[in-house]
Write a protein that binds this ligand. Structure first.
Ligand code: DLL
Length: 435
């Protein structure tokens, strides 16, 4: 086994008793804080018949109600905010939708804790202050760029805030500045790898590790990236609602991602009944923050299907590990890093006069996601002239780009040509082998 460094050994390798104590203290504080400062949380707990004094530690977690993305939408924008705006220093937001996005708020304390999570991930991937950390996650509202940037700063590494895109420039900087750790989505890493190989530049780059997340990726993809870029590739997980990347990260063992348990309590539930499942059983991942000020999350249902393991990890870290997410309990798709719900596509189609008979075909071609949408014409939108059909397709492509922020190829098809289903409509054909 390679030599393992820790960023905060006193936390990352704390005893299970110590972790539970931190979590219990943090939970009690968080519940009271949310109840006293967010009308939405107060109402939710009152309706559920639970008061802050009922929560004395982790054993009482199950008494609290779940919250979901729907709650976040309903409470948008300030309903779950638990600190005055004057004490907040940042917002970040989920990718994807216009309209009601999820907006997360941070105090300086929250940013510091988030940076710690990302710094732990960088160190777990072998990073030190002597590394050159090349951050090609998007900067802006998306949490990827800001998160890894913050972690790298905190560690004291030289940080290259590249953001995504401009592949030639990325490679140029990698060569000129000797980037050693690459942080981006796995699909972009694969694309960068392909470009490096095509141009025969493997010997000119010094990368040793990559920290890739924000979307599902397979072990095959890991090996492909590792081979092309000559690196070891590490997984990192997170979501905007909780902070962003760094909620969990892989160590050198690469047998699951260690969850920052001083910051979050993780549970696995049966997505249909809400019943809490024992260690090792597959279900929906639920998180409770125990250290957040501005935007605490109490029993937040991530919709990510996952398994937890408390088995001892030989890296020395004691925090629970989560497997790579194995799918979702809702129909959210992540396409080129953008979170897309079929219902949003349906809204655009209906707004443009089409009926909700459509099919989404998602694929990954040359390591990049593609989205094709077959849309049935109806009486009002029917045409059999090619020019007219092509104009209408372009109108829909632009409308979808404006609403979702991603490019989709639209194909108008004949009325009643999309197979009807007797049960749930089969709207999504996902050909990517992600899970
Ligand atoms: O994707 C945060 C992030 C940025 C994580 C950079 C890792 C690296 P959201 O846009 O809010 O936040 O999307 C969160 O993305 O619920 C999962 O479904 C999915 N996801 C995130 N990381 C992984 C991963 C960021 N490593 C949603 N593997 C989550 C699989 C992931 N899915």
């Amino acid at each position: 086994m390679e030599k393992q460094n820790y960023y905060q050994p006193e936390i990352e390798c704390a005893s299970r008793e110590q972790i539970r104590e931190w979590q219990s203290e943090g939970l009690v504080k968080t519940v009271r804080h949310a109840y006293e400062n967010s009308p939405y949380y107060r109402k939710k707990m009152d309706e559920h018949g639970v008061k802050p004094e009922d929560i004395k530690g982790v054993d009482d977690l199950h008494k609290l109600p779940f919250i979901s993305k729907d709650d976040l939408r309903e409470a948008y924008p300030y309903g779950l905010l638990c600190k005055p705006l004057s004490e907040c220093v940042r917002i970040q937001s989920t990718s994807g939708t216009t309209g009601k996005r999820v907006i997360a708020f941070y105090t300086q304390h929250d940013i510091d804790a988030w940076d710690d999570g990302c710094a732990r991930a960088i160190v777990a991937a072998g990073g030190t202050k002597d590394d050159v950390v090349h951050v090609s996650y998007g900067y802006g509202l998306f949490t990827g760029g800001a998160g890894l940037n913050g972690g790298s700063h905190k560690l004291g590494s030289l940080t290259l805030p590249m953001s995504s895109g401009s592949t030639d420039r990325q490679i140029q900087f990698m060569q000129d500045l000797g980037s050693t750790i690459l942080c981006c989505t796995p699909s972009y890493a694969a694309y960068l790898g392909e470009t490096v190989v095509e141009k025969g530049l493997q010997d000119t780059i010094k990368l040793k590790a990559g920290i890739f997340g924000a979307e599902a990726w397979s072990e095959e993809m890991r090996h492909d990236i590792e081979k092309k870029l000559g690196i070891k590739a590490y997984d990192i997980y997170g979501l905007t609602e909780l902070e962003g990347p760094g909620v969990s990260y892989e160590c050198c063992e690469q047998r699951g991602m260690h969850i920052c348990e001083d910051q979050f309590i993780a549970e696995i539930i049966n997505p249909n009944t809400g019943e809490v499942l024992p260690d090792g059983e597959k279900g929906e991942l639920v998180f409770t923050s125990v250290n957040k000020e501005a935007f605490p999350m109490i029993r937040y249902r991530t919709r990510d299907i996952c398994v937890l393991s408390h088995e001892k990890c030989s890296c020395g870290r004691t925090h629970v590990r989560m497997a790579k997410p194995m799918g979702r309990s809702d129909d959210m798709l992540i396409i080129k890093g953008v979170n897309v719900f079929p219902s949003q596509i349906e809204t655009v189609l209906i707004d443009n006069g089409y009926s909700p008979n459509y099919q989404l075909i998602v694929d990954r071609v040359n390591n990049s996601d593609t989205l094709d949408i077959n849309v049935e014409m109806n009486q009002e939108t029917f045409s059999d002239t090619l020019g007219e059909i092509s104009t209408r397709e372009k109108t829909l492509v632009n409308a979808l780009k404006g609403f979702l922020g991603i490019y989709a190829r639209v194909h108008l098809v004949e009325p009643k040509s999309i197979p009807r289903s007797e049960g749930k409509a089969v709207r999504i054909i996902d050909k990517r082998k992600l899970y």
